[in-house]
Design a protein around this ligand. Structure first.
Ligand code: FES
Length: 79
């Protein structure tokens, strides 16, 4: 299993819209953090879909070490 790249040691605040799908980058290589831009090609990672059920503000993990994918769980504090 490849290790994910730490894109940033802080979460990304995103205003999601009800009914829309968001593809969270798991590999950490995307230039469009916290979302996938296809840079995982050739790695063992796949993006994770998050479908928003309502309009809200969420904090997506960018260190890629969260245990609460795709959201920040504070794991970046221990990196
Ligand atoms: S670019 Fe990271 S999962 Fe697609």
């Amino acid at each position: 299993m490849d290790k994910p790249t730490i894109a940033a040691k802080e979460p990304a605040q995103v205003d999601v819209k009800a009914g829309e799908s968001y593809w969270w980058c798991r590999c950490g290589k995307s230039a469009n953090q916290p979302f996938c831009d296809g840079s995982h090609q050739g790695t063992s990672f796949e993006p994770m879909e998050y479908k928003a059920e309502k309009d809200r503000t969420l904090f997506f993990c960018q260190c890629k070490h969260t245990k609460r994918e795709p959201f920040c769980d504070g794991a970046h504090n221990d990196l």
